[in-house]
Design a protein around this ligand. Structure first.
Ligand SMILES: [Zn+2]
Length: 131
């Protein structure tokens, strides 16, 4: 999937968004700002929207981390990585070729969910450990 807009590079991997991502972003920000936040917290409409937009951005930042894990491991195992594109259903790593060995396919596949697990673990208030 080719991005409609290029945002920049992280670790040499191009990050972009497909235009369909705007619908997902707007829907998430709106549902938080007009639905969840007013029903759960006291605040102003401006605060609900600022927090809704920030929460949607953080969600997609976590999608980028997930995709970066796939892409960085793919590149380390010799595969061509064209970039990462955010779209309406989340994100996708654009790889130029298939893994040649099953263990490479496994490594590339498993690191994305592992990265998300680590982010979720921290997000659920797990105590930080030194080092
Ligand atoms: Zn994944």
């Amino acid at each position: 999937m080719r991005p409609s807009l290029r945002l920049g590079r992280i670790a040499g991997i191009e990050i972009g968004v497909h235009y369909t991502w705007l619908f997902a972003f707007a829907l998430i920000a709106w549902s938080l700002a007009e639905g969840l936040f007013p029903s759960e917290f006291r605040g102003s409409r401006a605060t609900y929207w600022a927090t809704g937009v920030l929460a949607a951005l953080l969600l997609f930042a976590s999608v980028i981390v997930h995709e970066l894990a796939h892409s960085v491991v793919a590149r380390a195992r010799g595969m061509t990585v064209h970039g990462i594109t955010l779209f309406i259903f989340g994100g996708v790593s654009n790889l130029g070729d298939e893994a040649k060995r099953p263990q490479d396919e496994f490594a590339v596949s498993v690191v994305g969910p592992l990265a998300s697990l680590v982010l979720g673990w921290r997000g659920m208030g797990a105590p930080a450990t030194a080092g």
